[in-house]
Design a protein around this ligand. Structure first.
Ligand SMILES: C[S@@+](CC[C@H](N)C(=O)[O-])C[C@H]1O[C@@H](n2cnc3c(N)ncnc32)[C@H](O)[C@@H]1O
Length: 390
């Protein structure tokens, strides 16, 4: 593909991304892969370049743009070389008209910017949510016997964490194939450390998904004790078993939950767990580095639903913890509604509990919890609170 044809391709891809954002359709990565499937003439360099252009435009526009072309014009407004490719030649975008509308630049839709500001997130800190994320890994101590790390790693503040540049490819390395390393953001690793899971304990990971945090907990527990990984999403949870096998985490027990009747499958653990992790479903404002189009999808109504579910899951989780046990609440969000305010609500509803600020090597205290952010900590954005049952 010529450079100009790549720009036109990115515009077409962006139209699909915009439509999907409005109709809750597929994520951008999937749309890009689908767009290329019938276009066999495109090589890997073309795919990379189109993907890069599309994501540049997604990051540049705070509000949902009116069209893919308007979004690309926003990027071209600051890049003369790109603007010159709008020349109307074969497969190229049409020339730019003098009065042509372009999308407004910005970090996120205004309502979200307002919510972030009300949560103490400055505009600069919010903008850092759109940086490119590095590739962080966790050394899996269950498999790390004779580990040779792929070259180029730097230590992070996480106990077993290392960092590579964003473009690093480690999935093909022997260390990855043997299960000795896992891809996991440093912030995510730190939220697991906040639970202080120990060998021989009974630990419940209530919202385990495909088990990113479960595997870190299994390693902290040295694969000894009981680790129960739950989720309402059968597909996500089904991905956990093969990952656990690869990681040598044979202790993991999975439990599929029935939405709104979660407790039924967990009654046998009531009042018994040493520690429960609630890595709750949330808006994901802290993960825009990886999914920048997520900010175009979120609505105030969806956010309210997340907040309601988080409170319900926290209340349920409290009933699983034994006296003297601990509960860690995590969201990958910088919004107080899903963080400090949620934690405060929990403490008001449960007078027998107290907040115990987790001692983490990064992050900033935000009322009863800790906030991690790309701007301050170089991690994805998270809120983590730790509660003790007295
Ligand atoms: C932030 S993700 C978890 C990510 C996972 N812990 C990890 O580290 O990869 C939130 C998870 O909560 C799950 N979830 C949503 N509603 C739930 C509910 N009512 N009970 C349990 N899990 C729920 C979602 O399916 C999703 O997998």
């Amino acid at each position: 593909m010529t450079p100009a044809a790549r720009v036109q391709a990115a515009i077409e891809v962006l139209d699909l991304v915009i439509e999907a954002a409005r109709s809750n359709g597929a994520p951008a990565d999937r749309l890009i892969a689908d767009w290329f499937r019938p276009r066999r003439f495109a090589g890997s360099g073309d795919r990379r370049a189109v993907r890069e252009l599309a994501y540049r435009a997604i990051r540049a526009c705070g509000e949902v743009p009116q069209s893919g072309r308007a979004a690309m014009l926003r990027v071209a407004a600051e890049d003369d070389q790109l603007a010159a490719l709008f020349d109307g030649s074969r497969h190229a975008p049409a020339p730019i008209a003098a009065d042509e509308a372009m999308a407004a630049s910005g970090v996120a839709p205004q309502w979200l910017m307002d919510r972030l500001a009300a949560s103490g997130v400055s505009e600069t800190e919010a903008a850092a949510l759109l940086d490119r994320a590095p590739l962080d890994i966790r050394v899996n101590t269950l498999r790390a016997g004779r580990l040779t790390l792929p070259e180029g790693a730097e230590r992070t503040v996480a106990a077993n964490g290392w960092r590579y540049p964003p473009e690093a490819r480690i999935e093909q390395t022997p260390a990855y194939a043997s299960g000795a390393i896992e891809v996991q953001d440093t912030g995510s690793q730190l939220t697991c450390e906040a639970l202080s899971a120990r060998p021989a304990e009974l630990v419940i990971d209530l919202c385990a998904g495909a088990g990113g945090k479960t595997l870190a907990l299994a390693a902290a527990m040295e694969n000894r004790g009981t680790l129960v990984a739950c989720d309402v999403d059968r597909t996500r949870l089904s991905r956990l078993a093969p990952r656990a096998e690869r990681a040598g985490a044979t202790m993991v027990e999975t439990v599929l939950l029935d939405p709104n009747r979660e407790i039924q499958a967990l009654e046998r653990f009531a009042g018994k767990a040493d520690a429960v992790l609630v890595d709750a479903p949330c808006s994901g404002t802290g993960t825009w580095r990886r999914n920048p189009e997520a900010r175009w999808r979120l609505t105030e109504k969806q956010l309210a639903r997340y907040v309601e579910t988080q409170a319900r899951l926290l209340d349920m989780a409290a009933g699983l913890v034994r006296p003297g046990g601990r509960l860690v609440f995590v969201t990958c969000s910088l919004l107080d509604d899903e963080g400090a305010t949620q934690a405060q609500g929990f403490l008001q509803r449960h007078p027998g509990w107290q907040a115990l600020l987790p001692a983490l090597p990064a992050g900033t205290a935000r009322r009863q919890g800790i906030r991690l952010s790309p701007f301050h900590d170089g991690t994805d954005g998270f809120f983590v609170a730790r509660f003790g049952c007295v």
